[in-house]
Design a protein around this ligand. Structure first.
Ligand code: KIV
Length: 272
């Protein structure tokens, strides 16, 4: 029997580009810790996003705004330790890149150096062009994020579908083309009409990853806690739940509590 380790071929930004060129869909999921990242990677996911949605699902905040760069780095370090194959992308949190491209570069460099992740993601188009360009010039791959950008929730006022009107749809297309031109390797596009998702995907040569952007995107991303049914109040139309882990976990813990109370656990076999 051979003892040689099976070599894992890593997903890189070039692999993602080839997938788009070949018409192969890209799968992406969020992760925030080592154990879950290991499972997603073993399952064969292409991209793991250490999303600032950690602010919601890990820390219990209402928005993504409070999470800090240090906290994102902690999550990213944990995820990177669990991943052998997937490309790991980390969100730059709110307040660490807008309006000051030097600060943006410093934030991106901290993430890359301290976590070992492979790329960063920033929300916005023309408004943050300088920050993206400076990060790219330092050799750090950048993923864009357009459409519903949760860090701007107080500007939007609601989490409803974006770019339903021509003006916003045209601006989104302009921003997408700009992000491609300056060198982003891909763009997440969130909660827009499927027709606009299709037009954007067909107009760009880099991969588009949709969340609530319809079936014509080059790839799809979901927040892991939503997909697994850990969050139960969040039920947008675009979400497909593959498990009801909230109920499963609650049931398991209820059984454990009962066993402890009834002195059924530990049994004779479960002690030394
Ligand atoms: O932070 C996040 O989870 C994200 C996804 C919604 C794409 O940015």
């Amino acid at each position: 029997m051979s003892t040689a380790k099976k070599e894992v071929k890593r997903v890189t930004t070039h692999v993602l580009q080839k997938m788009k060129n070949d018409g192969e869909r890209i799968s992406m999921i969020t992760a925030y810790d080592y154990s879950m990242a290991t499972i997603y990677d073993d399952a064969g996911i292409d991209v793991i996003l250490v999303g600032d949605s950690a602010s919601n699902v890990m820390a219990g905040h209402e928005t993504t705004l409070p999470i800090t760069l240090d906290q994102m780095i902690y999550h990213a370090q944990s995820v990177v330790r669990g991943v052998k194959r997937a490309l790991v992308v980390v969100d730059l949190p709110f307040g660490t890149y807008q309006g000051d491209s030097k600060k943006a570069l410093k934030s991106a460099i901290r993430i890359m150096k301290e976590s070992g992740a492979h790329a960063v993601k920033l929300e916005g188009g023309a408004m943050i062009k300088d920050s993206i360009e400076r990060i790219l010039k330092a050799g750090v791959p950048v993923m864009g994020h357009l459409g519903l950008t949760p860090q701007s929730i107080y500007k939007f006022g609601t989490y409803t579908v974006r770019a339903k009107e021509d003006a916003e749809a045209n601006q989104l297309m302009k921003d997408a083309l700009l992000l491609e031109k300056i060198g982003c390797f891909g763009i997440v596009i969130e909660k827009i009409p499927a027709e606009l998702g299709k037009n954007t995907t067909e107009s760009l040569s880099i991969p588009t990853i949709g969340i609530g952007a319809g079936k014509h995107m080059d790839g799809q991303v979901l927040v892991s806690h939503d997909l697994l049914g850990i969050t139960k109040e969040f039920n947008p139309r675009f979400l497909r739940r593959y498990l009801d882990l909230y109920t499963e976990i609650k049931g398991a813990v209820e059984s454990y509590i009962t066993d402890v109370k009834q002195r059924d656990f530990p049994s004779d076999k479960e002690q030394y």
